[in-house]
Design a protein around this ligand. Structure first.
Ligand SMILES: O=C(O)CCC(=O)C(=O)O
Ligand SMILES: [Fe+2]
Length: 308
């Protein structure tokens, strides 16, 4: 029997969520086929959770000099060898992390008519809801909807859902606190005083961006992609997800699946850290793959130097 041709591309894409909910969607439209030649399994390392470094955050600022120096060495090694690590004992309540993921889901679940007001009028709008990356320019789209909000030095937030306005300020504050501690550790691992790096980059006015990603169930996860390989701006991106994996990081020429330890925060190094460290800590390449079983939600907090 001849294979059925993929559905033709929709003319105006508004959201992949809406597309994924269309009745009888058995295969993706052709303009979501990112890979014609999907990377073979040999390019994907099996789950290597135990080798992905873990950083125990309070040890970076421990009063015990041996403990602290060992923790700083571990951070240095994690940034050099992987550009990626999981942070544990980070101080962000599990209830807050869960609530953030739930409220993000609520945002994406707003009625389609309620969301266009958050579509940007221009590229510097502080609140930007959209799909893929830039549908005006792209020929192949990513299986992803997003909400990006500039949350520091000036705080912005969509006016709905209400609970997002209530929770987001605390989540931003607490993630900045984690970054401050990581930066202190990096400052020392680069041979500087603990406070030097934060001062040089004016982290009191850090540019922080909240990025919520929605990757609905996808009928053809083997050819679609949630987010193409990229590196992030900024120093560190802090990521949490709803228990559904999809993040892959580039390590020694292969893609490694990341499954977060319960209640941990996933951290990757960004472009500004590579620049600040004169290339010692490379900005790591990563991507998001999709699946046909469960919707995935991730929240990435990008933390950079002051915009000035
Ligand atoms: O969803 C993910 O796992 C990756 C998200 C990401 O890389 C980003 O928002 O920059
Ligand atoms: Fe990223």
């Amino acid at each position: 029997m001849a294979a059925t041709a993929p559905p033709s591309p929709p003319s105006n894409i508004t959201s992949v969520k809406k597309l994924s909910e269309s009745p009888n969607l058995n295969s993706i439209p052709s303009n979501y086929a990112y890979y014609t030649n999907y990377p073979t399994e040999t390019n994907i390392a099996s789950n290597s959770d135990d080798s992905i470094p873990t950083i125990d955050l309070p040890l970076l600022t421990s009063d015990n000099p041996d403990q602290r120096s060992k923790a700083i060495q571990d951070l240095d090694k994690a940034c050099q060898d992987w550009g990626f690590f999981m942070v544990v004992n980070h101080g962000i309540p599990e209830t807050l992390m869960k609530a953030m993921l739930e409220v993000t889901n609520e945002f994406f679940n707003l009625a389609e008519e309620e969301k266009p007001e958050f579509q940007p009028k221009n590229v510097v709008d502080p609140i930007r809801y959209g799909t893929s990356f830039n549908t005006e320019k792209e020929k192949i789209f990513c299986w992803r909807d997003f909400l990006k909000v500039f949350v520091h030095p000036q705080f912005h937030c969509p006016n709905k859902p209400d609970s997002l306005r209530e929770l987001l300020p605390e989540y931003c504050e607490r993630t900045r606190d984690v970054v401050r501690k990581l930066v202190k550790g990096i400052s020392e691992s680069l041979g500087l005083e603990e406070s030097e790096m934060g001062e040089a980059l004016d982290l009191g006015s850090t540019l922080q961006i909240f990025i919520a990603n929605l990757y609905p169930r996808c009928p053809n996860p083997d050819v679609a992609l949630g987010m193409p390989p990229h590196s992030d701006h900024g120093l560190f991106t802090l990521l949490i997800e709803n228990g559904v994996g999809g993040l892959q990081i580039q390590h020694k020429g292969r893609w490694v699946n990341v499954n977060a330890l319960p209640n941990s925060i996933l951290v990757n190094t960004g472009d500004h850290l590579e620049i600040f460290s004169n290339g010692k800590y490379k900005s790591i390449m990563h991507r998001a793959v999709v699946n046909n079983k469960k919707t995935r939600i991730s929240i990435a907090m990008a933390n950079g130097p002051s915009p000035d």
